[in-house]
Design a protein around this ligand. Sequence first.
Ligand code: CDP
Ligand code: MG
Length: 733
Amino acid sequence: HRYRDPGAGDKMVPFAEQEAWENCQSGKATLKSGSRNKQASADYEFVFEDGIGFIKESIMDGVNLEDEMSSEKPDDSTAKNALQKLQEERKTLPIHPYRDELLQAIHDHQVMVIVGETGSGKTTQIPQYLHEAGYTKRGLVGCTQPRRVAAMSVAARVSQEMGVKLGHEVGYSIRFEDCSSEKTILKYMTDGMLLREFLSEPDLASYSVIMVDEGHERTLSTDILFGLVKDVTRFRKDLKLLISSATLDAKKFSDYFDSAPIFKIPGRRFPVTINFTKAPEADYIDAAIVTVLQIHVTQPPGDILVFLTGQEEIETIDEILKYRTRGFGTKIAELIICPIYANLPTELQAKIFEPTPDGARKVVLATNIAETSLTIDGIKYVVDPGFCKIKSYNPRTGVESLLINPISKASAMQRAGRSGRTGPGMCFRLYTAYNFQHDLDDNAVPEIQRTNLANVVLTLKSLGINDLVNFDFMDPPPSEALLEALGQLYALNALNSLGELTKIGRRMAEFPLDPMLSKMIVASEKYKCSEEAITIASMLSIGNSIFYRPKDKQVHADNARMNFHTGNVGDHIALLNVYNTWKETNYSTQWCYENYIQVRSMKRARDIRDQLEGLLERVEIEPTSNLSDLDAVKRAITSGFFHHSAKLQKTGAYRTLKKPQTVHIHPSSGLAEVLPRWVIYHELVLTTKEYMRQVTELKPEWLIEIAPHYYQMKDVEDASTTKMPRGKGLAAD
Ligand code: CDP
Ligand code: MG
């Protein structure tokens, strides 16, 4: 484990009171009066079962601007209308004093790098300033965000500030959801969406300004955008380009954009006290919960922000915190728990921005999204377990997985800084100072260097960029990964042997999906099952949030789920069955409840499906249904996913056919107990083992029929298990 500190001493030390901290620093770690355990049992009905000791390590400098800030604070007592109040709030943002200077600089330079601390107002204000200065008369102001939630929530905020309806003058565009209109002048969008816009408008003619926001995040799409927009600014001298970043690493951006000037917005930050645990924590989930409760019971008012790695973790902690604060009674303030993550339904997102009622405390359970993309006012305490989920790709095995990894030092600093926005803050790191110093990298590796590039390569090829090796990357991807992507696209028939886009590839590029899914859809034309293919693609696109399994009704939920698997049809067809049955009930919510299906996920699948249907028309594929021939549907799936094939071993485990590795059927699969000899899977997930998720039985001869250039007879022959006849009778059944 990376979080093992060889010098770690005893773990139970007092917490919270200054005196107690000093004690642990001087080694006198005893539970004495003033430590929270004692206090908790004496004054409150609530007792900690296990506490965590922290060591105050350092104070992160801040510029104390309290006086200036408070004098500018809007006066809440007068009855002003909301719009006016928002306008006044805008004037208190750190960026406000630099408005005119900034506009002048944008006027003078075509490309500019803008650096400013998170929360200074870059995302919400700069596009409005540009509008006020008249840039929207010449075209749209587009602002990209790495995350969909950020694009939505920022657009909502800006539409409020401008007093217009979301989707009118201020809109957003994220994959499968376009909330913009003819009227839109300020458009927030994910970086991936702007990338797709290049397909229809390679010179971005409808835009007057592009702001690539959160440049420091270095997502794959942002990195590709850098190369594309840099090129556009060369022949469109009227297009303004702003690259904004929350970190001080701006020099790199400036160098890349031909020494573009850097505009710094001085931050306003209060000092933040950094605390580390005295010893490494074995279970950071538990440690986070205990820390939140400790803060709540012992510390002065102020909201808490906890950084977690994903939805599941957030839901777990949400549940446990609710449970553990139930017995609080009236002596302890209310703790309002607000989760925020990418798939959180829109209507629940607004809750995190609501001001905390007097006497209560808010705890925001967030993913990395709250690190720089979203600013929540009132946070005074940050709890940082030190982890985040990142995508990592192994070009050798072709496996891409989401793994929980330690964060970088830069991230840790960003996270800590979130507590010092409106007053002195405190950050509780659930790792030791030793870990911070020795185990964390300085910066995260850009996504382009750790991801499957097939999607991007397909997009670039369809933009006519053929020479990928000489594409102007800020940091080039490993050539191994580039070759692997080209190989994969060639195998999918998206590229020919010269590396040029084929007709199939051109059609595939129209779909905002992973190339394997796009290929499945394009291939479904041949098997006359395009209706089924887009249903399956939409169901797969919403991830694994379709079925739910309440703890007290697991048996019922499992039974309901298995109904869709009747005949061991496999997980893909089961998803199809779920969708089609729901459709037959006229999209009934009641039916979803009865079958332990998340209606919200289903509605999203339906939206996605509608859009894929539109795209089918665009690439001129007839909508056809072939429900009577499920093998045809499975062949279409195989056409996209033949790379993902595996064969049962004598051991009961599976082995992937190419680039062999041992894998297992995920316990949630309908085939988990059936164990067919040959399977095709949607994805691999690594938990305790390497699991295949969404599995369908396969006839091995399909592989040779569908991908003859990828599979030869020897690949599907059976040397290890029962002999199979060669040639025609090859099928296992
Ligand atoms: O982009 P940057 O981090 O510099 O700041 P911003 O996102 O423009 O945020 C400026 C201010 O707007 C923050 O202090 C938030 O209080 C507020 N804001 C909000 O209330 N609701 C949002 N959805 C986004 C921002
Ligand atoms: Mg921002």
